[in-house]
Design a binder for this molecule. Structure first.
Ligand code: ATP
Ligand code: MG
Length: 310
């Protein structure tokens, strides 16, 4: 059963493959013991709640942007390993399934997931700005006084992990020492170093294309056969990052952003923040879709349609 049409796919069931997990945005199907079909729907969440309807083409935009990063980042960060295998669809799907899945799937290698949201922040925005304003810290890390809203963090990006809460619960910001307690010093330090390296490489790449990546969330897995840390999940997308147009950047205020800010703004204005069962009006869904498209084209140098045909 596939709800919605090909441009607004919110639920995905496949007859040929078992579903092993369903997150806020993605559905994971098992291809074999080591391989997952990673399907990104058009669902959108804000304030940790999934909306009733989707954002047209969002799943394709997130998938094709992640694919782009999975090809670019290993060139920029020598030795980086990722879970990406292919965007080919598995065999045995019906025509209807094929038309809904095209452009929104990745085959990925399955790994043991570290229970951390590996957040890296280059700028003070969102929850980090709120914590800084009230306590002068970010995830308990002391920062210099007098920084403005959306200012670059002095000394460069910092690693600020959070726990990966089970469905229904909120992730909790933690200090890096708590990550050490959770997964052990060896892995925690390697993940921190890798997260910072990948973030800085992505930031430089984006800056050359007119975009500031203010912060992001990575996830990492462990290849138990080689003890290597592997970059998994989606990467440097507008769902996992705050991205700003560089030419409009000005600290001291909120930035116009390429992410779900139009939706968040609408929810706030309607008093619907954190409420369940919200349907987004078409104009807000389309405005959000357009932001995702704009950032896609700036980062990849291609329109979505061109990327889908490649
Ligand atoms: P959100 O990202 O909004 O917090 P979510 O994390 O609950 O939501 P989704 O992003 O919708 O879920 O689904 C992706 C899920 O797949 C995540 O739980 C992620 O940890 C997991 N995952 C990603 N890559 C791999 C992989 N290579 N092997 C195993 N699990 C993976
Ligand atoms: Mg996720």
């Amino acid at each position: 059963k596939l709800a919605g049409n090909a441009s607004d796919v919110t639920t995905v069931e496949l007859t040929a493959l078992p579903k092993i997990a369903s997150g806020k945005v993605r559905e994971l199907f098992s291809i074999d013991d080591n391989t997952l079909l990673f399907v990104t729907s058009d669902r959108i969440s804000a304030f940790d709640i999934v909306m009733n309807n989707g954002v047209p083409q969002k799943g394709c935009l997130l998938t094709m942007l992640s694919k782009h990063w999975f090809s670019v980042l290993p060139e920029l960060v020598p030795g980086l390993r990722t879970h990406f295998l292919a965007t080919d669809l598995p065999v045995g799907l019906s025509d209807r399934e094929l038309s809904c899945l095209t452009g929104r799937t990745m085959q990925v290698r399955k790994y043991k997931v570290f229970p951390l949201e590996c957040i890296v922040r280059g700028y003070l925005t969102g929850s980090s700005w709120n914590e800084y304003m009230t306590k002068g810290t970010v995830h308990g890390i002391q920062l210099p006084r007098g920084l403005q809203q959306c200012a670059a963090i002095p000394g460069g990006p910092i690693y600020t992990p959070s726990t990966k809460a089970p469905a229904g619960l909120h992730d909790e910001n933690i200090h890096p020492y708590q990550a050490i307690e959770m997964i052990g010093e060896q892995y925690a330090r390697r993940i921190e170093e890798l997260a910072l390296k990948v973030f800085k490489a992505g930031q430089d790449y984006a800056a050359q294309r007119g975009i500031i990546i203010a912060d992001t969330k990575f996830e990492f897995g462990l290849d138990e056969s080689t003890d290597e840390i592997v970059l998994i999940d989606e990467v440097l997308t507008p769902d996992s990052s705050h991205m700003w147009p560089k030419n409009k950047y000005e600290p001291g205020r909120e930035q116009e952003s390429f992410d779900k800010e139009p939706l968040r703004k609408w929810l706030r204005a309607m008093g619907l923040e954190g409420k369940e069962g919200v349907s987004i009006p078409d104009d807000i869904a389309l405005e959000t879709s357009q932001r995702y498209k704009d950032v896609f084209t700036l980062l990849t140098g291609q329109s979505l349609n061109t990327a889908l045909q490649a």
